[in-house]
Design a protein. Structure first.
Length: 198
């Protein structure tokens, strides 16, 4: 999947004009790319469109229009676009109540390393978590992590041919799985994979 460049982005003026319809399209797209694992954890799988939306929103909110500022945003977000042999996801631990969330994050240290995805017929794949910066400290884990799941060529081929995908978490304090994930999500994630860099 190609990385984004400045020429792929809308100007602030143009984005303001098209934002309602662009946002609607992205939100519909995102529904096919999220997997709730139990009641309090969700994987939001990123791709070129979801990352373009995040960049456009950052540029809009921060009123960034200078080339250097735009380049900084591209540099920060482009690594979240899948490379053709992996899935990249924002992993969120979600508790509506602030106090409950605080307690849960203290109990769930290391949960980001206990997430897994499994292509039918293969061993589970654990993620490489938080390559950009450490998101856990001595007291608690973060509510947001960035995960990369690297797949073997055999796994990529199997997914492209329709193999089922399961996902789960096996942390001592939080164990849930989805087996298999819905077909429409599987099909969307299959589009992230390729044998080339297209």
């Amino acid at each position: 999947m190609k990385k984004l460049t400045r020429s792929d982005l809308y100007t602030l003026e143009k984005y303001t004009e098209i934002r309602p319809e662009f946002r609607e399209r992205v939100l519909a797209h995102k529904k096919n790319r999220q997997v709730a694992i139990g009641p309090n954890a969700t994987l939001y799988f990123e791709d070129r469109l979801t990352i373009q939306y995040q960049i456009q929103e950052m540029l809009r909110i921060e009123r960034i229009f200078e080339p250097e500022g735009i380049s900084d945003e591209l540099e920060a977000y482009n690594p979240l676009i899948p490379d053709g042999s992996n899935w990249k996801a924002t992993f969120m631990i979600e508790f509506p109540d602030v106090n409950e969330r605080r307690k849960a994050l203290a109990c769930l240290k290391g949960i980001e390393d206990r997430v897994w995805v499994r292509v039918a017929g293969f061993d589970p794949v654990r993620p490489i978590a938080d390559e950009d910066l450490e998101r856990e400290n001595d007291e608690k884990t973060s509510a947001v992590h960035f995960l990369r799941f690297d797949l073997t060529p055999g796994m990529v081929s199997a997914v492209k041919q329709g193999a089922a995908i399961a996902m789960g978490i096996d942390h001592p304090r939080y164990t849930h799985q989805v087996d298999p994930i819905p077909a429409f999500i599987r099909d969307s994630l299959a589009q992230d994979l390729s044998n080339s860099t297209d």
